[in-house]
Design a protein around this ligand. Structure first.
Ligand code: COA
Length: 435
């Protein structure tokens, strides 16, 4: 098909998001939602594909800041709203939109792009790799006691004379403002976390009843440290129900955020103490969540789901690798293959320490024809696709796991062990922010 790509914006809504309304089952959007989307896109970029005067494809981009291992932050383009009309699919419309969008982001000098994928098969061809993973849990709160010696900041079941360390904030605007302050500190504590758009908090404050799945509105619970300062929050919904005359309520956690693991443990204990609840659902937790390790009987926290959440695309290999921190001091030559943006292909000398890492793009490095054949040159330590590099940047997976999966080639096992030591991070990367 012949189509042109045009930069557009909220003033062209709803015509320009017609592909999204079809792609995401939202045809018949009410006016209130339309106003919400217009507002959300006020500081976003939107590209549309137009054929014969009709919008047939859309892609958008929000500005974020992404935390890398070591705590440094980089600007990241959060790719979103990618959809193509069912009448125009599989004709290269998404590829053209993505190509233009990534060109624009790279030209702006932003080193990475991120996205949340509706299907895992779509984005590797564009150089995106899995960057964060999650685990979801469920428990019967009556059997989910934590170890008595947990180093919690203050016990949520302290004596009656103590002010409770957890308080509820009923006013949604006040609650989201307070939560946003906690988030600003929390987002620096783990690789993969990002800033949130103001509309994320607005949406949580509005809490439309059509999106509650039969549950209550959000309840906001805030945790206070010994000085009274807020250092964590949980938001949750409840569904009251009975079975055989006994309480059988469900408490579904939206998120549990603490500035320390001890604060999260306190909040978890609080949630498990809510009356009439027999099931607590705790979705979207980091895969290295310490909570199961705190339980007296860890099998009470049943893993209901594990999966990928955030995807990453490295646009500037040298800048990205030089901005994160590493687990060991070493020198490695990486050969990166970038099929979608060949200008990113090349060899990079990475010096990981002792303080600031340095990355040098090696002279004469160019797309390696025939892929891994160039490994016969012993100077290359690791050879991999840019999508798999994305899974190393935040420390999502060890190089040796990628090698075992046939996705990365190392010069020899000793080099692979050194690469594992370098790319290792303290905490598993994580994100739970939808956009
Ligand atoms: C996913 C979607 C945007 C693809 O758009 P499209 O214009 O058909 O994609 P393209 O024609 O540019 O496809 C490029 C390549 O990706 C492949 N591809 C596209 N969608 C795919 C999918 N869902 N799974 C696996 N491969 C896919 C195509 O087969 C094509 O491969 P080829 O280059 O080897 O021929 C479109 O199908 C859609 O709107 N889906 C519903 C909404 C959605 O899921 N959007 C993504 C949100 S994260």
């Amino acid at each position: 098909v012949d189509f042109e790509i045009v930069e557009t914006g909220p003033s062209d809504f709803p015509a320009v998001i017609w592909p999204d309304l079809n792609g995401f089952g939202m045809v018949g959007l009410d006016d209130e939602k339309l106003v919400e989307y217009r507002t959300n896109f006020a500081d976003a970029r939107i590209l549309g594909a137009r054929a014969d005067g009709e919008w047939v494809g859309t892609i958008g981009e929000y500005p974020f800041e992404l935390t890398l291992p070591g705590g440094a932050m980089v600007p990241a383009a959060g790719v979103t709203w990618a959809a193509v009309l069912p009448t125009h699919r599989r004709r290269g419309v998404l590829s053209a939109l993505m190509g233009r969008l990534l060109d624009d982001v790279a030209e702006r000098g932003w080193p990475v792009a991120t996205l949340l994928a509706s299907e895992a098969g779509i984005y590797p061809r564009y150089g995106f790799g899995v960057a964060t993973q999650y685990a979801s849990f469920r428990c019967d709160p009556r059997h989910a006691q934590l170890r008595g010696d947990s180093a919690t900041a203050s016990s949520p079941v302290a004596t009656a004379a103590d002010p409770p360390p957890v308080r509820l904030v009923a006013d949604a605007a006040q609650a989201t403002a307070l939560a946003a302050e906690v988030w600003e500190r929390y987002r620096t504590t783990r690789p993969g976390l990002t800033t949130r758009r103001p509309w994320t908090w607005d949406h949580l404050a509005r809490d439309p009843s059509s999106e509650r799945d039969g549950f209550s509105g959000w309840v906001w619970a805030f945790h206070r440290d010994a000085t009274g300062a807020t250092d964590g929050y949980a938001r949750y919904r409840m569904k009251e129900q009975e079975r055989d005359g006994l309480p059988a309520g469900v408490l579904r956690v939206g998120e549990l955020v603490g500035l320390t693991p001890a604060v999260e443990a306190d909040l978890f204990t609080f949630l498990c103490g809510v009356d009439l609840i027999r099931t607590v659902e705790l979705p979207y937790r980091p895969v290295d969540d310490p909570l199961p390790w705190r339980l007296l009987d860890r099998r009470q926290l049943v893993v209901t789901e594990m999966g990928d959440f955030g995807w990453l695309r490295v646009l500037d290999v040298a800048a990205t690798l030089a901005t994160r921190r590493y687990g060991a001091v070493d020198e490695l030559v990486l050969e990166v293959h970038d099929g979608f943006r060949p200008e990113g292909s090349g060899r990079y000398l990475l010096r990981t320490g002792p303080r600031e890492p340095e990355v040098e793009r090696l002279a004469g490095s160019s797309p390696a024809p025939g892929g891994y054949q160039s490994l016969t040159e012993t100077t290359v330590d690791l050879s991999l696709d840019v999508a798999d590099l994305a899974s190393l940047v935040l420390g999502t997976v060890a190089p040796s796991v990628l090698a075992a999966a046939g996705r990365l080639h190392a010069r020899d096992p000793e080099v692979l062990a050194r690469a594992d030591a370098c790319f290792r991070t303290g905490l598993a990367p994580f994100t739970n922010t939808e956009y």
